[in-house]
Design a protein around this ligand. Sequence first.
Ligand code: GLY
Ligand code: MN
Ligand code: MN
Length: 496
Amino acid sequence: MVPEESDAAPQFVAPDVSEEHPESENWIWMGKHRPAIPRALVELMASGWAPGGAASTPRHPAADNFAARRAELSARFAGRNLVIPTGPLKVRSNDTYYRFRPGTDLFWLSGAMEPDTVLIMSAGGDGHTATLYVEPRSDRSSHEFFTDAAYGELWTGPRLGLAETSAHLGVATAPLAGLAAALARLPADSIAVARDVDSRLDSDLSAGDSDEELVAALSEMRLAKDPFEVAMLQQAVDSTIRGFEDIVRALPDAMESGERVVEGAFNTRARLEGHDTGYDTIAASGSHATILHWMRNDGEVNYGDLLLVDAGVECRQLYTADVTRTLPVSGRFTSEQREVYELVLEAQQAAMAEVRPGVPFMAPHRAATRVLAEGLRRLGILTVDPEEALRPDRQLHRRWTLHGTSHMLGLDVHDCANARDDQYHGDLRPGYVLTIEPGLYFQTDDLTVPERYRGIGVRIEDDVLVTDDGFRNLSEALPRDPDEVEAWMARLGARG
Ligand code: GLY
Ligand code: MN
Ligand code: MN
């Protein structure tokens, strides 16, 4: 399908008033709690608009990548009909919604950004025919452009329509209203649907044997990133680095007004350069750094504290960074802070040294964990030999390390989550992007920890790409060595 050539104003189709509200010819009934609309207003709204319509829609830079991914999926699922939804708008409260973020699998296969979109890949001939079912524009051709608060263009802005979406993404489109009929034409036992994304489809389509296989395959196909994806991840990381610089510049305000300032500084950068943050920013000052997902961000930021920030910009193509730095608010680490910090950094370096193709996914974690266990022993916190602590049936170090060292990174911050275990935890391959993020967390009330370390939490997290012969740290440009962190903070105006 291609864009229409005409730039004539769309023909307004007046609603059939008598059917919608038979007791009056002069009103259009809009539903509960909503005032009916006078026909006179509808008539006024129906005319007087300049011709125009869809903006020009250049082909998406990754349209060929989307097609290649669909071709690979087609080859894996010969003869089966595939249904992949993006999901609906999500309610924030009552009738207000969060900003829409497309479902990851649908987006990876098509680039479609609009809510409710569904991709059907119907089997036939040698492969599949892909059709995106999308909500048409809610333009001047129906009263919905000013009466529908969720979809009308005067409420939410213009959308790409069917023709524009097709031209932009390089795939056939059809109106969403035809989805049910299209699904009904497919033999029920031939359908695999990506579940848990759109509950309407989950209930309309009975569970099939291939459903799980479909979502697993999509996660596994997403493990190795193509060059476009690597470029987008680098873009997300570069924006994230600028967000961390913003945080350092905002520290004087944060010492006045607390962690909220830190979150605000980073999130402003995320909106400025990206689509959003890839997950809720963690801005954890002082002992909040020992709470892994401290996202309340409502505490104080005090001179002398460490500030742990775990944050990632999601770029406009929806790939996210996931970076953590633990910064001395004063600009200088105290000796206790530096001791813990250097131990975590040593663990991170040991983990990174393991990253190359052919190495098990868990190898970096094992290397980091050994360094942390040995360090905990040196600090007198671990009271048994590290060998014993590390035994699979003991795992005593985990009281202070709490989480794993790596996860896959991509469109989702915890990417490829539906991959089968032997794939996710198999050997690293070129194109994989993963985090390396060891940490140590000494709770304020942990009597096993010398008092001087209590309340210290340190995590250092970078995003690495597995290359043909090793790795590339996408977040290398953000300092992690403690001396370099101090120098970087000083350059940005921290007091020191
Ligand atoms: N930001 C979440 C994580 O590091 O996994
Ligand atoms: Mn993180
Ligand atoms: Mn992470």
